[in-house]
Design a protein around this ligand. Structure first.
Ligand SMILES: [Zn+2]
Length: 109
C-alpha cells in the first residue's frame, strides 16, 4: 500500500474531525431526546396511581402527608415517610401502617 501524501493526511485529519463533531452532535441530540422523554413520562405519571391510573390525593396519615388513591384505596409513601410513621410511639400507628401496607384494612386511620 502506498504512503499517504501530506494533502491526503490533511484530508483524512479533517474527515476524522468532522466525523467526531457529528458523533458528538448526535450524542447530544440523543441526550436531549431522553431528557424530553423523561419529562414527558414524569408529567404523564405525576401524582397518578401506579395501580389504576387515577389521580392521587395527598392526605394526612398520622401526621405525615401521604399519597392516597380514592379509586382503588392504594396508599403511597415518599422516601422517609414510612420511617416517620414507624418512629411514632403510638402502637396503633404502626399497626395501621402495616395493615395499609399489606392490605389488611381499607380505612385511613
Ligand atoms: Zn388507584
Amino acid at each position: 500500500m502506498a504512503e499517504w501524501t501530506p494533502s491526503e493526511k490533511e484530508e483524512a485529519y479533517f474527515l476524522k474531525q468532522e466525523a467526531e463533531r457529528r458523533l458528538a452532535a448526535c450524542e447530544a441530540a440523543k441526550k436531549a431526546m431522553e431528557e424530553r422523554e423523561r419529562q414527558r413520562l414524569k408529567q404523564t405519571h405525576w401524582m397518578r396511581c401506579p395501580k389504576c391510573g387515577m389521580e392521587l390525593e395527598e392526605v394526612e396519615f398520622r401526621g405525615v402527608q401521604v399519597d392516597h388513591c380514592f379509586s382503588c384505596g392504594g396508599m403511597f409513601f415518599d422516601r422517609g415517610e414510612v420511617e416517620k410513621i414507624l418512629e411514632q410511639k403510638d402502637p396503633r400507628a404502626v399497626r395501621t401502617l402495616i395493615g395499609t401496607l399489606f392490605g389488611v384494612g381499607k380505612t385511613i386511620d
